[in-house]
Design a protein around this ligand. Sequence first.
Ligand code: URA
Length: 273
Amino acid sequence: MGNEASNTLREILDQSGEYLRWLKEEGVGQIEVSRRIGASRQQGVLTMKTLPDGKRVQTAGRMSVKKTVSAELATEPAGSKPRSVPEIAAEIAGCKRCVLCRTRTKTVPGQGNLSPEILFVGEAPGADEDQQGLAFVGAAGQLLTRMILAMGLQRDEVFIANILKCRPPGNRVPTPEEMETCLPYLQEQIRCLQPKVIVALGATAVRGLLHSETGITKLRGTWQEFQGIPVMPTFHPAYLLRNPPAKREAWDDLQAVLHKVGRTPPPVKPVKA
Ligand code: URA
């Protein structure tokens, strides 16, 4: 195996391993690996095998991975079984579709409940996310956590993802090309997750999901649609950290989201003077 291929394999194994460990911590006991991947690899890292009695077991075997891992996984034939979120994450881990793969530390596929009522979509990983491989774990992420808790939910009840799966250097705004290149991953994740509502956090999420150039200030609080799923655009938590008065409007938007999924917002706690 050439150097480039073995580096790709090492990256995929490192990052998939971390993602699988995280899934285990979150209580996911089993994942399915598509038959096509198992068959094309002959012996993959994880292969699900169906026994004659119909039981499915996980087998591990000799590895023989070709250089074209991501290209092969990216071309799911039309009509075949949709991939699972962990399978998509495994492909993202080895993605080299754009220049951001050269500067990233870890890919950030997104994480959370695999059948969520609500999917939050942000812009792109920042420095903390790039280090940890998890979405929204920095300062903006801490505010997002407080927003989710205020909605009467736990972070692990929702799914949190971004338009881009890799950090743009210096946290610059993603280019239209990077967004177009990365968007198929999010589209596929959304097809798997089937959330009842998507919350688009900030202008980049709105541009990526809705291809709308309307400013977030104008669009926020108005229902939109993506792949047939209602989308609520609202302010990005990083903006709310800089402009705390806008939290009031963001809270109105989140209440509309709760209403849409048939939940009642928890009673507001009296604020101590
Ligand atoms: N900002 C984002 O848009 N996403 C993150 O994951 C973190 C900060």
